[in-house]
Design a protein around this ligand. Structure first.
Ligand code: ADP
Ligand code: MG
Length: 801
């Protein structure tokens, strides 16, 4: 402490504006002991000195070295939040922002009023907040409001290695904000934290920083991890393979938690069920005498070293991770390191019978949509006499460090969302993980002692597909295309004026850059939602539709409001029950859509019905459970409705919209207005049903044509409009699974198109095209101006379209 103070005084003479106080933190002895073991603590002096002397500092260290939880505390203790300014940390994932804020509050013995978080629509920030965890999107929004970020003394960009689009934009902006603040005499610091050593992107980029920022490497206390590859050619049934591997580890190998990486929520659930069945754990069925447990493990261990020391590892070959890396060799000689000596040579098929269910496996799922209290379980010690087994998606890869993991079973794949900006089709595809991800996953096994990682099918596999998909992502032209597409969308929504298409290139560029934003665009910019939804909100004031528009937008922005109906069942009995429940819930959803006029609003009416009904029932977990709604989603919608209402009130204070949480259902008249508002916002997501007489290929039966896709898209069977099949619809998104399905479908009237989507229309003569038609070559809609627009008594927006 003394040293610190003198150090501080030294610096103080140099830059008097730097914080000079030390804020004591009252940590519990257990916390104190645990944090002393974290590698980052050894670097506290170095880090703080670098921060004092440089505007920007890069810190890199393996996951689990303590960056996220400790660095904010260093800054807090050094007085960076002692005045009115606060410390901000961004995380690419919401899960991490929430759980890390809780963890740091606990470590510092401070309330969540002081160590808080803010994610898109939710947070616990107060006027007392000193340390604020947030998603990078939230900070970006704050920069829009206050470019100098005057509330903050420090911004930490965490997990910069993930290179999310936002991270890159943020670092770009902050590299300007930081010098600007220093120039104005309100110094601000930027810390970039990364889990990998690939930091050249941040340091070598002389465009970003005039002098490259110092890089502080935190020596990870990483124990060696032995990697076992599967020698077989990649098997399709990788989940089955993973299951056998876990059974073997649990049966044969010494104590230590297992962390399993799968690609998605359904897989996680499925495997959890299988594992619970194979090694049941009920409260109380653990062997209370530890001696018994230990005896069993000892026996297994003896078998390992004595009977079969060099067995063929069931098609796995052992390789040390990162050969030649001195730091990681530290644990060599430790008996656990000899991966090739492990006896797990049984025939996979016979494992289940041999499985010893007397040592229960404490199985926990982990994925981002999981309820927070379920997520928190992975940080607690597993019940006495059990072995922990966490079955996770890649959320466990870097953001969250799960204690006590000794074995990692990696399926070698990852599920990624692909979004084709040209066609607007989203799909989830399972691809190979990258080498970097695979190493990150393996690293989770060596946190507390040497560990093992079992990988499925990464050897001998055809890597070309993987290499392609990676390089495709990195192609810079893709990014530019995305920007052009984004601009086009804003033009077509009427938020930006159309940039000139003729003239000299330079002039065209200049005109584009002069940012011809329209009044509608300005109104849209004030809503913290995507442009399509922002337009709906901007128009929603009419005919008292706003509370409904807010509810629908809130429901559409939340990832999934309905409980997952496709969750796989385990037993016959269970599966028939599941089918019954599924049928009942689908029926219930249709009820919310109602009949007649309201049914035409389709799935958006279902959302509105769900939000309205849930609110009347008091938004209880019980109501959600009974009606197949995700409670977490409903709570999020509720918060978002409040936030959007505030945003609306801020935009037009004279209107003073008051959103009653308990809304009455919209009138028929309002439903028609709502459908028009939806069309105005989702207009580029228009589809027309292919008429019977036009069907040449049977695949077009019940199919819809969109301007850009050559193939038919369909209304999803769970949709309220699945049987109605209206002629013209707009959809929220297209998901490709077995077919291309539209989700979030509403019916619209053809007559509305020329009025509400003139920018998409090609106005020909009435003879040429009797009804609006989608022209696939140009992506426009052909129709004629004389089409009558069915006005339901509401004016077109006063704002320019
Ligand atoms: P890094 O950011 O370098 O990956 P963290 O600061 O996230 O590291 O984690 C440091 C340590 O704190 C890890 O050993 C981790 O297990 C522990 N830890 C993090 N969150 C929790 C929690 N909620 N409960 C218990 N331990 C935690
Ligand atoms: Mg971290």
């Amino acid at each position: 402490q003394n040293e610190k103070i003198s150090d501080q005084e030294k610096v103080e003479n140099k830059t008097p504006s730097q914080p000079a106080v030390f804020i004591p933190v009252d940590r519990s002895p257990e916390i104190q002991e645990a944090r002393l073991k974290l590698p980052v603590l050894a670097e506290e002096q170095v880090i703080m000195e670098a921060v004092r002397e440089n505007p920007c500092v890069v810190i890199c260290g393996e996951t689990g070295s303590g960056k996220t939880t400790q660095v904010p505390q260093f800054l807090y203790e050094a007085g960076y939040a002692s005045g009115s300014e606060i410390i901000g940390i961004t995380e690419p994932r919401r899960v991490a922002a929430v759980s890390m804020s809780h963890r740091v509050a606990k470590e510092m013995n401070l309330s969540t009023r002081v160590v808080s978080y803010q994610i898109r629509y939710e947070g616990n920030v107060t006027s007392d907040t000193k340390i604020k965890f947030m998603t990078d999107g939230v900070l970006l929004k704050e920069i829009q409001k206050d470019f100098l970020l005057q509330r903050y003394s420090v911004i930490i960009i965490d997990e910069a290695h993930e290179r999310s689009v936002y991270t890159d934009i943020l670092i770009g902006l902050l590299s300007r904000i930081v010098p600007l603040r220093n120039k104005k005499g309100m110094p601000m610091k930027l810390l970039v934290m990364s889990a990998t050593l690939r930091v050249e992107d941040f340091t070598d980029n002389t465009k970003l920083f005039r002098t490259p920022p110092p890089v502080i490497k935190v020596d990870a206390r990483q124990f060696p991890v032995t990697i076992h590859f599967n020698k077989r050619t990649p098997m399709e049934d990788y989940t089955g393979e993973v299951f056998h591997k876990i059974c073997k580890i649990h049966r044969m190998l010494p104590p230590g938690g297992i962390l399993v990486f799968l690609t998605g929520q359904a897989e996680v659930h499925n495997l959890c069920r299988k594992l619970r069945k194979a090694f049941p754990y009920r409260k109380g069925n653990t062997t209370t005498e530890t001696s018994e447990t230990m005896r069993k493990f000892k026996k297994a261990k003896q078998k390992k070293t004595v009977s079969l020391p060099r067995i063929d590892l069931d098609n796995y070959s052992a390789l040390p991770v990162d050969e030649g890396d001195e730091d990681r060799e530290a644990g060599i000689g430790d008996e656990e390191d000899e991966g090739s000596d492990l006896d797990i040579g049984d025939d996979p098929a016979s494992i289940e019978e041999k499985a010893d269910p007397s040592i229960p496996l404490y199985v926990l799922p982990l994925y981002s949509l999981l309820a927070p209290e379920q997520q928190a379980k992975v940080f607690r010690p597993s019940p006495h006499g059990t072995r922990a087994c966490v079955v996770a998606t890649n959320v466990a890869e870097t953001s969250l460090t799960i204690p006590g993991i000794k074995y990692v079973v990696d399926c070698g794949r990852v599920k990624k969302r692909f979004y084709d900006r040209v066609t607007g089709v989203s799909s989830f595809r399972v691809t190979w993980t990258s080498q970097a991800s695979a190493n990150q996953r393996a690293g989770r096994a060596g946190r507390t002692e040497p560990g093992h990682c079992y990988r499925s099918g990464l050897l001998n596999c055809d890597v070309s597909s993987h290499v392609c998909s990676q390089s495709e992502i990195l192609r810079p032209s893709k990014k530019i295309n995305a920007l052009v597409a984004a601009e086009q969308l804003l033009v077509s929504l009427g938020a930006l004026k159309e940039p000139p298409r003729t003239g000299r290139v330079k002039e065209m560029e200049q005109a584009r850059l002069s940012c011809p934003i329209t009044p509608l665009g300005r109104a849209m910019a004030s809503f913290p939602v995507a442009p399509r939804y922002a337009k709906m909100l901007a128009l929603g004031r009419q005919q008292d539709c706003l509370p409904y528009v807010i509810a629908v937008v809130a429901a559409m922005t939340v990832r999934e409001i309905f409980e997952d109906l496709d969750r796989p069942a385990c037993s016959e009995d269970e599966s028939s029950k599941l089918i019954q429940r599924r049928a009942r819930l689908t029926q219930m959803r249709r009820l919310w859509a109602g009949q007649g006029a309201s049914l035409l609003l389709g799935d958006l009416m279902v959302m509105l019905g769900a939000v309205g009904a849930c609110e009347f029932a008091g938004c209880t977990p019980k109501f959600c459970e009974e009606n197949g709604l995700r409670y977490k989603a409903m709570v999020e919608i509720r918060r978002l409705r409040g936030q959007l209402t505030n945003a609306v009130n801020a935009v037009c204070p004279e209107v003073g919209v008051f959103v009653n949480p308990k809304m009455t259902p919209p009138t028929e008249h309002q439903v028609v207005c709502l459908r028009q508002i939806v069309l105005a916002g989702l207009g580029d997501h228009l589809a027309r049903r292919v008429q019977a007489e036009d069907i040449l290929d049977p695949k077009w039966k019940n199919g819809y044509k969109t301007p850009l896709l050559d193939d038919p898209v369909y209304i999803h069977p769970t949709s309220a409009l699945f049987k109605t099949l209206p002629d013209f619809i707009v959809y929220q998104e297209i998901m490709e699974t077995t077919k291309m399905y539209m989700r979030g479908v509403s019916a619209i009237e053809a007559e509305w198109i020329p009025e509400l989507l003139p920018q998409y229309c090609h106005f020909g003569s009435p003879l040429e095209s009797p009804s609006p038609w989608l022209c696939s070559s140009t992506g426009t809609i052909k129709c004629h101006r004389s089409s009558t627009f069915f006005r339901v008594g509401w004016q077109l927006p006063a704002v320019e379209m």
